[in-house]
Design a protein around this ligand. Sequence first.
Ligand SMILES: [Zn+2]
Length: 396
Amino acid sequence: MRKIAAHYLFPISAPPRRNAILTLGDDGEVLDLSAPDSALQEREGVEFYSGALTPGFVNAHCHLELSHLRGAMPQHTGLAGFISGLAARRAAFTAEQALRAIALADAQLYAAGTVAVGDISNIGLTFEVKAHSPVFYHTFVERFGLRREDVARAARSAEALAAEAVRLGLSASVTPHAPYSTLPELYAALAKSSRWSVHNQESSDENLLFREGRGALHELFSAMGLTPIPPTGKSSIHHTLQHVGEAQKLLLVHNTCTSAADYAAAAERCKNISWVLCPASNLYIERRLPPLQMLRDKGAAIALGADSLASNTSLNLLDELKLLAAHFPHVPLGEMLRWATLGGAEALGVEHIFGTFEKGKRPGVTLLSNLDLDKLKLTPQTKSTLLTKKNTYICR
Ligand SMILES: [Zn+2]
């Protein structure tokens, strides 16, 4: 048994508490959460930390397999420029270099307080690292395709790769990549999956492609000898909504160019959506931020992702939180921490284990040090550290 405390504790399922003691079992299970205790710092047998304690972070959108591209991609190219640059630069590294970067990224994000990740895989390169990691991974095996003749093979290979992930002990499901890259037939072929993670409205060119059949993405695909999806007169989100099952869990990732009308259409069509925001990646590629205030006003289920080291300098959600705090200083820290913990756990369907300090869960404990404790705000110097090691997760 272990008793841990700090100046503040964020249970997430309840308002923040000052000077409360979190009691954990040997396997990291939450046994108790005490009421505030002013004499806490002198209590024998209690580890007291300066700062705040939060459940471990849950990164709902990541591409671990792109970790070797840290610093290799130019910024502010727009989505079409990013996509065209990615294929060329990805091929310039060996599998060994990529594997080393994957193992390092996994170790770093765990040490900095992340306990669970929704990870996109196009190939199986990350599987061994993920299977041996103390971090829980849900692997989204992703496929895209604009050629009708490739659809059946793409769907079959996705199912085979997901089955391989499951054989290695990973949780996995297949998913379409994005409306602009995925034919209706491929959406349909991947529709048996219970959980999709779809890149959504990451760029204004995506909406332009669907509304008017033009723009940088249209030009990119035409130059690649591919036939772009014909215009529908509607924004791109409708392409995904047409194919999602009503009972399916849907993670919509980025949403940088999502309007209130798009939100309403999505909420009408699908009852179980997580809106996953990756603000650092959006600034890196598109130099814009998602419509956070609109999503808050609508009561959206928000989660956070770090995307990949091809479009971010860090996979630590603390850096996403610092960025959001700088641009949206009116949002309380407790609300943002909810997105980084419970929001992600709900997106991945593991909220029975992660996301809150509630009895019976094994959420991990992350210490936030160098906070502004008077205003309860992050500072540029705030650091995150995972305090609990050797948690064992059984998530099947
Ligand atoms: Zn992504």
